[in-house]
Design a binder for this molecule. Structure first.
Ligand code: SAM
Length: 602
C-alpha cells in the first residue's frame, strides 16, 4: 500500500443537503461537509484558575513538548483562561513500508484518533492476519451503513478471511487515518476487552498532549468558554445552568465567579448529574449544586405542591458523543450537543431502580473512557476513587420564577457543528424537532431569570432553524428580553432575515431553472410537417401549466421556509450581537446569543 490521502466528506440525507444548500449556499455546504471530517487545528486547554495560572500551564506544556514537537508552540489565549495547542494536519502518510498490515476501527474510535487519541481495544473491528505486538499497521476507519447502526463487520473479523469477503469488505477509501504501532498481537486485540491496542506513530492529524495537569486544566472547545464568559456571572450571584452535564460550562462559570455564590446545574440524566459533581470535585469547585431535573419543568408551579419531576418527550436521542469520549476533550462524552436524556431517562427505562443501575453502568463506562482519555494525553489514571462521596442531592421540585441572576441554556441540539464527524444522520423533521424542544427550555429560562439578569443561549450546530430562529422566537415572544453585546467576540455575525429570504429565493430560482431545462428536454421538436390540429399548442399549454404548478410547489416546499416557517431570522443590528462560529474555521460549529431581561416589566 502506498500513500493515501485523507479526503472524506459528510454525506447528508437528501432533504437536509437541500435545506443546508438553500440556507447556506451550495459551495459553503460542500466546504463545511469536508471541514467537519477534520478536527479543528488548535486544541484548547482551559486553565482552572482556581488551581493554576495560564502561565504555569503554558510553561508545563511547553516543557513537555520540548524535543518532540517541531510545529507551532502553545500560547495563552488573549481573552480567555486557556492555553492553545496548535496541531497539524492533514499530513501525507506513507503506508508503503508496513508490509500491508492493517487494522480497521469503528467510526467513533477513528474520530477520537483524529483528535489525538490512541486506538483502544474495543474500537478495533478487523485486523490483518499475523499482526504481532510491535508491528506497524495502517489504521483505517469504517462507517456505519446507510440507515443502519452497523458497519457491516463484526469485531474480530480477520481482514481477507472468508467472513471478511462475505461481509463485503467495507469501503475505507479516504478513511485511512495514519500508521500506528500495535501494542498487542491480533489474538489479544480480540480476546481482551479493554486496554491500548495501537499507539499512533504517524497520524493524519498530530495534536500535542498535556500530561500531569489533572485538576488544573480541562480540554474544552473554545466556543464553550466564550459561551460561559458571555454570561459574565458576577461572584456571589446565583446562576442556573439548565442543561449542564457533563459540566464543562458549569465549572467554567463557577471558576469565573471565583467559586463564590451558587451555581445550580440541571440535567435530565441521573448518570450525567453525577458526572457534573465528579468534575466539580476534580477541579476543586464547591459552589455547584447539581440536580436531575427536566429543564422544561424547572419553573415551580404554585398550583402543584407535589410537583413531580417528569421527563417530557424529547426528540429521539442521537449519537452526538463529542470527541472527548476517548481523548478527554471537554472532559467527557456527549458534551456539546445532542438531545440526550430521552431514552436514558428513568421513566423510559421503566423505573428509578433500573435507571440507577443503568446510570451507574454508564458512569463506569464513562469513567473508563475518561481514564482512557487521560492515558491518551499521557496522564496518570485519575485516582478519584471516592465516587461514594459524590452523592446526588435530592432534587427540589423546581424553582420560583425570577430566581436567578444569570441563566445558561446550552441546549441539546442537532450537534451538526461537532468536528471531526464522519457521519451525519439528521433528518429535516429532526432538525425542526430540536428547535421546538429548545424553545420549551428557553420558555422556562426566561421565567426563571430575574429582571436585569442575563440569559445565554448556545448550541453546537450551524442550523439557523435552531439558532437565529430561536433568538427571533425569544425576542418576539418576550417583550422584556433583548439581545446584548457579548464579550469576548470571537465568532462572526448571525444570519439575517434578508439572508433567509435571499436563500429561499435562490432555491426557487434554482428549481425554476431545473424545471425549464426539463420542459425544454421534453418539448416536441419542430417538424416540417404541417400541423393537422392544435396538438403542439396544447402540449405547450399543458407544459406551461405543469411548470406553474411546479413553481407553486417549489415555493411551498422550499426547505428553508419549511424548516423555519414559524419565525424569521434576525435584523442586521441583531445579527451583530450574536456569535456564529463557522466550522470551516479553526473551531467547531457553534452559536451564542446573550439576552438581558429588562428591569421592572414583569
Ligand atoms: C449540549 S449538552 C450540555 C453540555 C454542557 N453544558 C457542558 O458544557 O458540559 C446538553 C445536555 O442537555 C441535557 N438535556 C437534554 N434535555 C434536557 C432537559 N429537558 N432538561 C435538562 N437537561 C436536558 C442532556 O442530557 C445533555 O447533557
Amino acid at each position: 500500500m502506498t500513500s493515501r490521502t485523507y479526503n472524506p466528506r459528510i454525506k447528508w440525507a437528501d432533504e437536509v443537503q437541500q435545506y443546508l444548500e438553500e440556507t447556506l449556499g451550495e459551495e459553503q455546504v460542500a466546504s463545511i461537509s469536508t471541514a467537519l471530517c477534520t478536527p479543528p487545528c488548535c486544541t484548547c486547554l482551559r486553565v482552572n484558575t482556581l488551581k493554576a495560572t495560564p502561565q504555569e500551564v503554558l510553561e508545563a506544556v511547553t516543557f513537555q513538548l520540548k524535543g518532540s514537537w517541531n510545529s507551532s508552540l502553545p500560547y495563552i489565549h488573549t481573552h480567555l483562561p486557556a492555553v492553545i495547542l496548535p496541531g497539524v494536519g492533514p499530513l501525507a502518510v506513507d503506508y508503503s513500508e508496513i508490509g500491508g498490515k492493517e487494522v480497521v476501527v469503528s467510526r467513533k474510535c477513528g474520530e477520537a484518533v483524529l483528535r489525538g487519541a490512541p486506538v483502544y481495544i474495543p474500537g478495533v473491528l478487523a485486523c490483518s492476519p499475523g499482526v504481532e505486538k510491535g508491528d506497524l499497521v495502517a489504521v483505517a476507519m469504517v462507517l456505519e451503513r446507510p440507515g443502519s447502526d452497523w458497519c457491516g463487520i463484526t469485531r474480530g473479523t480477520i481482514i481477507g478471511s472468508e467472513a471478511w469477503q462475505r461481509a463485503g469488505p467495507p469501503n475505507c477509501t479516504g478513511l485511512y487515518i495514519g500508521v500506528g504501532r500495535s501494542c498487542v498481537g491480533r489474538t489479544e486485540m480480540f480476546r481482551l476487552e479493554q486496554g491500548l491496542a495501537i499507539t499512533m506513530h504517524s497520524p493524519v492529524f498530530r495534536v500535542p498532549s498535556a500530561q500531569g495537569l489533572e485538576g488544573k486544566v480541562m480540554f474544552q472547545n473554545l466556543p464553550s468558554l466564550v459561551a460561559a464568559a458571555a454570561l459574565a456571572p458576577r461572584p456571589g450571584s446565583r446562576v442556573l445552568d439548565m442543561c449542564a452535564a457533563p459540566g464543562g460550562k458549569t465549572t467554567m462559570i463557577a471558576q469565573l465567579m471565583g467559586d463564590k455564590g451558587e451555581v445550580v446545574a440541571l440535567d435530565r440524566s441521573h448518570a450525567k448529574v453525577q458526572e457534573i459533581q465528579s468534575l466539580a470535585q476534580e477541579l476543586g469547585i464547591t459552589i455547584i449544586k447539581a440536580y436531575k431535573m427536566d429543564a422544561t419543568k424547572a419553573v415551580l408551579k404554585q398550583a402543584s405542591p407535589h410537583n413531580q419531576v417528569i421527563v417530557t418527550a424529547a426528540p429521539a436521542e442521537r449519537d452526538h458523543e463529542d470527541q472527548p469520549s476517548v481523548n478527554g476533550h471537554e472532559a467527557t462524552a456527549g458534551l456539546e450537543g445532542g438531545l440526550e436524556g430521552g431514552p436514558d431517562s428513568d421513566e423510559k427505562l421503566g423505573g428509578l431502580g433500573h435507571a440507577r443501575k443503568e446510570g451507574s453502568e454508564k458512569i463506569l463506562k464513562r469513567r473508563k473512557r475518561k481514564e482512557a482519555a487521560s492515558i491518551a494525553r499521557g496522564a496518570s489514571i485519575p485516582q478519584r476513587g471516592d465516587m461514594e462521596n459524590v452523592t446526588s442531592c435530592s432534587s427540589p421540585p423546581g424553582f420560583p420564577p425570577c430566581s436567578f441572576d444569570h441563566v445558561l441554556v446550552d441546549a441539546p441540539c442537532s450537534a451538526l457543528g461537532l468536528r471531526p464527524r464522519l457521519l451525519q444522520t439528521a433528518s429535516l423533521p429532526y432538525l425542526k424537532q430540536c428547535a421546538v424542544y429548545q424553545r420549551r427550555i428557553l420558555d422556562a429560562a426566561v421565567q426563571l431569570l430575574k429582571p436585569g439578569g442575563t440569559l445565554v443561549f448556545s448550541t453546537c450546530t450551524f442550523n439557523p432553524g435552531e439558532n437565529e430562529s430561536n433568538v427571533r422566537y425569544v425576542l418576539d415572544t418576550y417583550a422584556d428580553m433583548h439581545l446584548e453585546q457579548q464579550w469576548p467576540v470571537l465568532g462572526g455575525p448571525g444570519m439575517t432575515e434578508e439572508d433567509r429570504l435571499r436563500a429561499a429565493a435562490a432555491a426557487i430560482r434554482k428549481c425554476d431553472k431545473e424545471m425549464e431545462a426539463s420542459i425544454q428536454a421534453r418539448s416536441p421538436q419542430p417538424t416540417d410537417a404541417p400541423a393537422m390540429d392544435d396538438s403542439a399548442g396544447n402540449i405547450n399549454k399543458t407544459l406551461q401549466q405543469q411548470q406553474q404548478q411546479q413553481q407553486h410547489k417549489s415555493v411551498g416546499e422550499s426547505t428553508v421556509m419549511v424548516a423555519t416557517r414559524d419565525s424569521g431570522w434576525l435584523s442586521s443590528s441583531e445579527a451583530k450581537l450574536v456569535q456564529r462560529f463557522d466550522p470551516r474555521g479553526d473551531t467547531i460549529g457553534f452559536f451564542v446569543a446573550k439576552f438581558r431581561k429588562k428591569e421592572g416589566l414583569l
